[in-house]
Design a protein around this ligand. Structure first.
Ligand SMILES: [Mn+2]
Length: 563
């Protein structure tokens, strides 16, 4: 379990930003202002701007597929007819790629002019009523006589030719948006340096499109599989979250329950289970406000379930106390270090690339067209936000797109209430005690908070103490009914606090985390039977912490200083 995130409560409630806050508007490009003015004067003169390409003869595609690198150098001819008003798009190089762009734009009734070096090709284009010009785009004056455009596609198959064209266009029209076709990454860099706004790799576009489509299809298939599976079940489905569940786990369980209800309202009873506790006040507020029915997982309850599903953890025993050999029917998760046991006929969907299980669950809801009520949408959005640290950690475009799908379905007031929960008396006491009891040695802060009912106060105390001047690493520790709990924060880049805790305490219990935040839970049975908890902490904590001090070199330093 070393690889898991802060075991003492996951994301700490550090005033998350309001999600409805939109980003600042982007400054407009100066080009549009320039072209708008031109538009106006044209409109005044010509009255109406005719839509381009409303009726076209089917073009003869074959005749246009000439090699793109032959460069003709004849005198530029004028276009056969003039179109009123400014031209929006200009396509330079009309091989297969350029030609397809023209066709796509024509479908959207966009105004397009075409420039190519090949006389025959230009003639064919004109025959199809395209506004085509013959130019050698490597010459410095190829823009002469061309109507103005706002967007340039430079599409020849020759990287150097495209590079020369980008330079010329950028020099003449600083505000024009330039899309340039690249032949290889080095050429791509040259095009960007020359002023291309967007560099296009046709091979990459094909690959990306193919993968996107396949993934879409796959998502729809597995969603159907899950639905069919649930529809055929009879009995009780137990949905189990990971230990001390966070909003990602809880909201994912809710979403799976919704899907199960939709698939099978008649013969399937759905129960949601958790272990540990829901301690962090934000998480408690979350469960209370959203009225989520969750039960403590017991061996008895486990036995009563006909089917078991795990969400936000990758298998029995992975951050949950489900016995490792238990048959699990559904596993949906996004953790990297999953060690799931593949069992026959079970449904496993683990996507380590995705920022939150809630994102995966949102996709299921979307794919299956399951109605998403306000509670579920609010929970899922909150789950995605907390698991991605407000869209800052492990976030993928999918997470953002699912968050975007959920946003209009959520209850903004509810979200507000969840995110600004009141602090419990105990948390305040623990923080107070941590401040009072702090001891600092060479940038390390240690704070003993004694007995705590709720371990989630610890990371909050550590979050606060790490901000203290002169402190690089903060360890806050205390004792609960069954374990010694340590929460650590670190901002010394030379130290990986997760690895340090794992190394010092890994053999006594669960310990580990990230370079900057980590936690340890050391079960009391490891230290033998002692009745008085506070006394036990006193007895064991010094030898326990000594292991850490030795590891980071604090113990020797103490001796040196003492000597
Ligand atoms: Mn998660």
């Amino acid at each position: 379990m070393k690889a898991f995130f802060d075991l003492t409560g996951g994301p700490s409630g550090k005033n998350p930003q309001k999600c409805r806050k939109s980003s600042d508007p982007k400054p407009e490009k100066n080009a549009s202002a320039f072209f708008n003015r031109t538009n106006e004067s044209h409109r005044k003169r010509e009255g109406v701007i005719l839509p381009a390409f409303t009726s076209r003869h089917p073009p003869d595609k074959e005749s246009l597929n000439y090699p793109e690198s032959d460069i003709f150098c004849t005198m530029p001819q004028e276009a056969p007819f003039e179109q009123p008003g400014p031209v929006k798009y200009c396509i330079f190089g009309c091989g297969t790629n350029g030609y397809n762009i023209i066709l796509e734009l024509a479908k959207e009734h966009e105004r397009v002019i075409v420039v190519d070096k090949d006389e025959t090709r230009v003639r064919h284009l004109r025959d199809q009523k395209f506004d085509a010009y013959q130019r050698d785009i490597t010459s410095s004056d190829f823009l002469l006589g061309l109507p103005q455009f706002e967007i340039a596609f430079i599409m020849t198959g020759d990287g150097d030719v495209n590079h020369a064209a980008v330079l010329t266009i950028r020099k003449r029209y600083p505000g024009v948006q330039i899309v340039a076709r690249s032949t290889d990454p080095v050429n791509g860099q040259k095009l960007t340096a020359a002023g291309a706004d967007y560099v296009l790799y046709p091979q990459e576009v094909v690959a990306r499109q193919a993968i996107l489509q396949v993934k879409k299809q796959h998502a729809s298939r597995i969603s159907q599989r899950l639905f069919t599976l649930l529809a055929g079940w009879e009995g009780t489905l137990g949905i189990i979250t990971h230990k001390n569940p966070d909003p990602d786990a809880i909201s994912s369980a809710m979403a799976l329950a919704e899907i199960a209800k939709q698939a099978n309202a008649k013969t399937l009873v759905i129960r949601i289970f958790y272990e540990g506790n829901i301690g962090h006040q934000e998480n408690r507020t979350f469960v209370n406000l959203l009225d989520i029915k969750m039960e403590h997982l017991t061996a008895d309850a486990l036995e009563k379930c006909t089917y078991l599903a795990l969400v936000d953890c990758s298998g029995p025993g992975a951050n949950n106390d489900v016995p490792p050999q238990t048959k699990i029917h559904i596993i949906i998760d996004h953790h990297r270090e999953g060690k799931h046991v593949a069992t026959q006929n079970s449904f496993v969907d683990i996507r380590p690339g995705v920022g939150a299980t809630a994102s995966i669950m949102t996709q299921y809801l979307q794919e299956l067209d399951v109605p998403v009520d306000k509670r579920v949408a609010t929970a899922l959005l909150y789950g995605i936000r907390t698991d991605t640290k407000e869209f800052k950690r492990n976030v993928t475009p999918q997470d953002l797109s699912y968050a975007g799908f959920l946003l209009p379905l959520t209850d903004a007031d509810l979200l507000d209430k969840i995110m600004s929960p009141s602090m419990s008396q105990e948390t305040l006491d623990v923080i107070g005690k941590a401040i009072h009891e702090r001891k600092i040695q060479s940038g390390y802060l240690f704070a003993n908070v004694g007995y705590v009912m709720n371990r989630d106060a610890l990371p909050q105390a550590a979050d606060l103490l790490i901000t203290l001047e002169g402190v690089n690493t903060a360890l806050v520790y205390g004792i609960t009914d069954n374990a010694i709990v340590i929460s650590a924060r670190n901002r010394d880049i030379r130290l990986h606090i997760g690895n340090a805790l794992s190394e010092a305490f890994g053999d006594m219990g669960d310990a580990g985390g990230h370079p900057n935040m980590a936690a340890a839970t050391l079960p009391l049975h490891y230290f033998g039977k002692v009745e008085d908890k506070a006394r036990l902490l006193e007895i064991v904590i010094e030898p326990v912490l000594k292991k850490f001090r030795d590891l980071v070199g604090l113990e020797n330093e103490g001796k040196k200083n003492g000597a």
